[in-house]
Design a protein around this ligand. Structure first.
Ligand code: 5AD
Ligand code: SF4
Length: 430
């Protein structure tokens, strides 16, 4: 969501005549789009702002703007901590950034925290897309869950869904511009629609079907769903819609029912595992990814062992793993029994090792298969090869001849825990 907001910020700045500078040194206006989900991005921002301060000392006319979730969490404190910042704004206020910066960065209201009357979708703004054939489509903003570790609800507010007609119109326009792959975005993407027509139960499965019906869209992804909102119509839509990819991100967070309860995730280990099994049984060839937090307050060795068990049981194709990071103002930050850093780090090492072993086994089972790959560019590790992604969302490095944006078939010859490699099928035949 943060990356998508950055595209909107860029598009908007271009609209008021501010193009992208090749380096921070050359920029008249520096805009930082922050994240605050864990402590690490906060630390990185502090380093970036140190550089911005030095640049501004050299040229006091330079404008420094700080947006995003960290700005929203800090509000006016940004200015006492970083007095050289001119404008700060939260993620719901992106549509107003142009007013605050003024044409070409002139007429800036200095040391002001931009507070818009109401949060608005950035979705209606111009976008600067990195790739012409892939696009994010924001379907909702905010989150109504109360996960005890998470700062998102307090910085992005309560959930508001975009109207289905508006979303489908955007997808149709994107398809006419040559977009082949869309990723529907929401903090809790599959609870989309509850606030729109509760009487008619507008639900995410219907939205998937409506997007699938748009000509030219070859691949549909969505992130991030919550296990509690994976009802049967959503599963049926994924299984039946040709464009919806065989990949589901299913955030586990913890494998211990006791910890899940303390996290307020509203499902148990058993319900989660049953859901994963149902998804795999209903959607042939499904890849399952996840998010896992280690070291949530009160997590014992037994709780952690349950997380490891679930990783083996579900057999994730990929997983993002995080050390629990206390966020000021969240329920978990105040809980007793915070887990010592050494324990957290020792546990995450064990978790990462298992996740890699399981994912490597899953990827190895693809060797010999022919996968449909959407070409994204040149391989990051070998300039002679191409890189793309399968419908199951695995990166493939391959020998081939195709342009970014093309769909090609690749015969898979080898696998690691995160990537596949192979050769384009037409070339194999040749
Ligand atoms: N500490 C560690 N990880 C967190 N996440 C969210 N909040 C925290 C936190 N305080 C993780 C969750 C979520 C992902 C986007 O980030 O796993 O799914
Ligand atoms: Fe945070 Fe939970 Fe909402 Fe996800 S569902 S954004 S983890 S509160």
């Amino acid at each position: 969501m943060n990356a998508h907001d950055s595209e909107r910020i860029k598009g908007m700045l271009e609209d008021i005549g501010l193009g992208e500078a090749s380096a921070p040194d050359d920029a008249d206006v520096l805009v930082f789009n922050t994240c605050t989900i864990r402590e690490k991005p906060d630390t990185r921002l502090a380093a970036h702002l140190g550089n911005a301060k030095a640049l501004k000392e050299r040229d006091p006319e330079r404008v420094v703007a700080v947006g995003g979730c960290y700005a929203e969490a800090q509000r006016d404190r940004i200015f006492s901590q970083y007095p050289f910042v001119d404008v700060a704004f939260g993620p719901g206020s992106i549509p107003h950034l142009a007013e605050w910066l003024g044409a070409g960065g002139h007429g800036v209201s200095r040391s002001a925290f931009g507070i818009a009357e109401e949060r608005r979708f950035a979705a209606t703004l111009p976008t600067h897309r990195e790739r012409s054939f892939q696009a994010w489509v924001q379907v909702s903003m905010g989150c109504n869950s109360k996960c005890a570790y998470c700062i998102v609800p307090s910085v992005r507010g309560r959930e508001v869904s975009r109207r289905p007609g508006e979303i489908v119109a955007e997808v149709t326009r994107l398809a006419s511009e040559g977009v082949k792959e869309i990723t529907l975005l929401g903090q809790n993407v599959n609870s989309w629609g509850r606030d729109l027509r509760p009487d008619l139960d507008t639900e995410f499965g219907e939205l998937l079907r409506a997007c699938d019906a748009v000509d030219g869209i070859e691949r549909i992804r969505f992130t991030s769903p919550h296990p509690k909102d994976f009802r049967d119509p959503v599963i049926a839509a994924i299984a039946e819609c040709a464009a919806v990819c065989e990949h589901v991100h299913l955030p586990l967070q913890s494998g211990s029912t006791r910890i899940l309860k303390a996290m307020r995730r509203t499902y148990s280990r058993e319900r989660y595992v049953a859901l994963a099994a149902k998804l795999r049984a209903s959607i042939p060839d499904l890849a399952v990814g996840t998010d896992i937090i280690v070291g949530f307050p009160g997590e014992t060795e037994t709780d952690f062992a349950e997380t490891l068990e679930v990783v083996e049981e579900v057999g994730y194709d990929s997983a993002y793993t995080f050390v629990y990071s206390p966020r000021a103002g969240t329920e978990a930050a105040e809980m007793p029994d915070q887990v010592p850093d050494e324990v957290k780090h020792e546990r995450i090492e064990r978790l990462v090792e298992l996740v890699q072993r399981v994912a490597a086994e899953r990827n190895l089972s693809r060797v010999g298969a022919v996968e449909e790959v959407l070409v994204e560019g040149t391989s990051r590790t070998d300039a002679a090869k191409l890189r793309g992604r399968t419908r199951r969302n695995t990166t493939v490095n391959f020998v081939g001849a195709a342009a970014p944006g093309e769909l090609v078939h690749v015969e898979i010859h080898a696998a690691s825990s995160t990537t596949l490699s192979g050769r384009q099928a037409a070339l194999v035949a040749a």
